[in-house]
Design a binder for this molecule. Structure first.
Ligand code: NAP
Length: 330
């Protein structure tokens, strides 16, 4: 089969490799579409723990089940599915086990014509979405669901700020918060992304680089109940200053690294909550797909690349050019 293989020094190349073989309680899925997450780009750049070379990346995928190992699972054959990229989340619904890992390094990922996964990783694609839209959903969707509803606890009529809304996860946090009936505001480096968000239900927005605009947006509405972020870095103090007393700063990444000086006085005096988050349990994954179906959420798709041009997809993510998910058609 054809696959995008990661070699030394972040080299990605399309190669012919052996088709994976079914093990116990597994399914062989013919991949139709994969989608990128920043994780894939961090791995290409060598900025991820325990990188194995060679490997086939890709945590998001949709496709058609070609075969299963157990006769009792044969009802899956021919079904259009997405794959839950969680592997071994464990018993604690609130945090993953030490042995937890994510589809796509160390195990073979979705940037290939076929992938083998445990049968309990499969979900049928949402009724209102096609295979391409569905491929956008798994990792970004479950991460956004966890941070939005379990951590930030977004509720109707609350003032919510989604920071860096152009990101693959952030767009889902945005869409989910709008669907939940919150007053949603967004920041982005791109003015056209803010304008697009307004057509999708944002009450307002501005650049995260414009401190004056950010402060005046927050002041006008009396502050935010929660901010959802994945950048952190030195912008964190400014964001924390925009929260109402008892407000929450919920984050699932630290693209901009550590903040140099965190204003601890602001945090304790205003009873602020800083909440770390990562993908989400298998139950969160099921709940996320249910939420997407209930509210007919349409994932925002940025661009589609062919497998042969998949390096261009990685470069687009590296340069932060996207709004929404970058898809690779297999
Ligand atoms: N913990 C987890 O389970 C988990 C899961 C998924 C992702 N993550 C992490 O979360 C981050 C985002 O992942 P992703 O897949 O959504 O990546 P992505 O699609 O590449 O999105 C990154 C976005 O970050 C935004 N950004 C850049 N600088 C910013 C700043 N100073 N302030 C606010 N936003 C800024 C940009 O938004 P604009 O385009 O709007 O400017 C950009 O689109 C990565 O660090 C990733 O590793 C963690």
């Amino acid at each position: 089969m054809k696959a995008l293989v990661l070699r030394e020094n972040g080299q990605l190349q399309v190669e012919t490799v052996e088709k994976p073989q079914l093990g116990a309680n597994q399914a062989l899925v013919k991949i139709s579409f994969a989608a990128l997450n920043h994780r894939d780009e961090w791995i290409r750049q060598g900025q991820y723990a325990k990188i194995q070379i060679p490997s086939i990346l890709g945590s998001d995928g949709s496709g058609i089940v070609e075969s299963v190992s157990n006769e009792s699972d044969s009802n899956w054959v021919g079904k259009e599915v997405i794959i839950n990229p969680n592997q071994g989340w464990g018993d604690n619904p609130k945090a993953q086990a030490k042995t937890y890992n994510i589809l796509g390094m160390p195990s073979q990922g979705t940037l290939a014509e076929y992938v083998v996964v445990d049968i309990d990783r499969l979900r049928q694609i949402p009724h209102h979405l096609n295979l391409e839209q569905s491929a956008a959903l798994p990792l970004g969707g479950v991460t956004a669901f966890n941070v939005t509803f379990n951590k930030a606890k977004v509720k109707p009529h609350q003032n919510i700020l989604i920071s860096g809304v152009g990101g693959g996860v952030a767009q889902f946090a945005f869409l989910f918060s709008v669907a939940a009936g919150a007053n949603v505001y967004a920041t982005s480096s791109k003015a056209d992304v803010i304008e697009k968000c307004k057509t999708l239900g944002a009450k307002g927005g501005c650049s995260y680089k414009d401190e004056v605009a950010l402060k005046s947006m927050a002041k006008e509405i009396g502050g935010f109940d929660a901010i959802i972020d994945s950048a952190c870095g030195d912008g964190m103090n400014l964001l924390l200053s925009l929260l109402k007393p008892t407000g929450s700063f919920a984050f699932y990444g630290a693209t901009r690294g550590l903040p140099k000086d965190l204003n601890m006085r602001n945090i304790f005096w205003n009873h602020l909550q800083i909440l770390g988050s990562t993908m989400g349990s298998d139950q969160d994954f099921v709940n996320m797909v249910g939420f997407v179906e209930q509210y007919k959420i349409q994932p925002i798709i940025d661009t589609s690349f062919s497998l042969d041009n998949a390096v261009g997809a990685f470069d687009r993510m590296k340069n932060g050019e996207q709004f929404g998910k970058i898809i690779v058609k297999i």
